[in-house]
Design a protein around this ligand. Structure first.
Ligand code: SDX
Length: 434
């Protein structure tokens, strides 16, 4: 913990005061350190969605929701999306900075050499129904990595931590592509060491043994950029899941599987699939008002997927980049007008003029445009969240490494506000009132 004390906060409870240190971060709001609160004052704090609570110290990613700023190791996401590559960003997230040329080549080679999975793991896929959601398969097969890679599950060994990190980043695309091929009844395609990361994934998804697959450089660039935009995002729900699971010393593959399960939720990474399905349901611009009305109706559980964010209250910088990419893709593909993109652009325009959305700071988030691009690239909606998981594995692994290597880290064990029954004696069956 960086001990940068800014001042102290005085908390007075029933006439008794305690001083709590205020810690000053590099960026973002000051933090009141309440670690001693229960010991000194005998009280807990309550913050169910962690909206006002820092769960850890981290130096990986910074988000300023009011300014719409996202930095990875200090580098703005807009610059990384324009100038970098996913594996270069992965290097920065994992090791703290952008690599020099030799470091990048060495890192890319290490990842490339770990892209195949143990041949016996292929059997797992046959155990799933063909129509299983690829995220279900991903949770299962990634968790099963702990049954195959015993030589990289001892988290106290830095070498094993490093190998486990590379294995997860390298094998997620292979497993996700295998889940996709299995779901459509096509033969699985092995990774190819002469292809860069994003192209390798496209090839594993779309190549067939019967003919060569030509990798469109436009798609490869868009795929790599989508990976960059989804790589990490501070202590979001799935990253917090990975940190909490790892705090017990559990093996890294199981913890990443827990993160995948959390990401699948429609309020989180599952929103990109839900968003495209909503856009398809809307279908034409004239039906938008009907859906805006439903989104505002408290009695209707419908939400406009791809809108709103727990942290971004001005705009999600990733959505801005994604929107530009979507327009670029369709222009380059010569698709004069893509009906889904037209509906999305009009929906965004209408929503951003509507008081309901303005008052609640509901802007398009990273999931709003990503699905449109993935759809144009030929992915089914069921593959949208697995693609998010491939990218976010770099963030999960980076957060995991940071936590595991912190000598002060301990098992996460939140307390509670108990509102259940007070102590009472057991009641024999004959005396129970129904
Ligand atoms: C991701 O945390 C991260 O960093 C996540 C992520 C990452 O990179 O890891 O950025 C990725 O998960 C992006 C978010 C993807 N989810 C969606 O697009 C699903 C739709 N969005 C919502 O479910 C919602 O906006 C959340 C969950 C994203 C954020 O919810 P909050 O901040 O907890 O806000 P809330 O649920 O308390 O809503 C505040 C108000 C409510 O209305 P009131 O009760 O005040 O009248 O806004 C309304 C909500 O009903 N609201 C919406 C809405 N989102 C919020 N109304 C309609 N449509 C929506 N999408």
């Amino acid at each position: 913990m960086k001990d940068v004390k800014a001042a102290t906060a005085k908390l007075t409870i029933e006439g008794r005061s305690i001083d709590l240190p205020i810690l000053r971060p590099t960026l973002g709001p000051d933090v009141i350190d309440i670690r001693s609160l229960y010991k000194e004052a005998g009280v807990f704090t309550l913050d169910p969605g962690f909206g006002s609570t820092a769960s850890c110290e981290s130096a990986i990613t910074f988000v300023d929701g009011d300014a719409g700023q996202l930095l990875h190791r200090g580098y703005p996401i807009e610059e990384l999306a324009e100038k970098s590559t996913f594996l270069e960003v992965a290097h920065a997230l994992l090791y703290g900075d952008l690599p020099d040329r030799a470091q990048l080549i060495e890192f890319e080679d290490r990842v490339t050499r770990h892209t195949m999975i143990h041949e016996q793991m292929h059997n797992f896929f046959c155990g799933f129904r063909r129509d299983a959601h690829p995220m279900a398969t991903l949770v299962g097969v990634v968790g099963a990595m702990s049954a195959f890679y015993h030589d990289s599950t001892d988290i106290t060994d830095p070498w094993q931590r490093e190998v486990a990190s590379i294995r997860m980043i390298a094998k997620l695309p292979t497993i996700a592509a295998m889940a996709y091929k299995y779901s459509i009844g096509q033969p699985m395609i092995y990774p190819k060491n002469d292809l860069p990361y994003a192209s390798n994934f496209l090839n594993m998804c779309f190549a067939v043994p019967a003919e060569e697959y030509r990798i469109d450089p436009i798609f490869a660039k868009a795929m790599d950029r989508i990976f960059i935009l989804h790589a990490d995002h501070e202590q979001n729900a799935s990253s917090s899941t990975v940190r909490l699971a790892s705090s017990s010393g559990a093996n890294p593959f199981g913890c990443i599987a827990a993160g995948i399960a959390c990401l699948w939720g429609p309020a989180h990474g599952g929103a990109n699939q839900a968003c495209l399905e909503t856009l398809r349901e809307i279908g034409t611009k004239d039906r938008i008002p009907e859906f805006i009305k439903r989104a505002k109706d408290k009695n209707d559980p419908f939400r406009l997927m791809g809108f709103g964010h727990r942290v971004y209250k001005s705009h999600d910088p990733r959505a801005t980049v994604m929107k530009e990419s979507a327009h670029e893709i369709f222009e380059l593909l010569g698709t004069k007008s893509n009906p889904i993109l037209e509906v999305a652009t009009e929906l965004e325009r209408i929503a951003l003029e509507d008081d309901y959305f303005i008052e609640r700071n509901l802007y398009p988030n990273v999931d709003f445009y990503s699905g449109i691009i993935l759809d144009a690239m030929g992915f089914p909606t069921s593959m949208f969240t697995p693609i998010f998981a491939i990218a976010r594995t770099v963030g999960w692994v980076s957060q995991w490494r940071e936590m595991i290597s912190d000598p002060h880290q301990k098992i996460a064990r939140p307390r509670q506000l108990y509102t259940g029954a007070a102590a009472r004696d057991y009641v024999d069956m004959g005396n129970r009132k129904s």
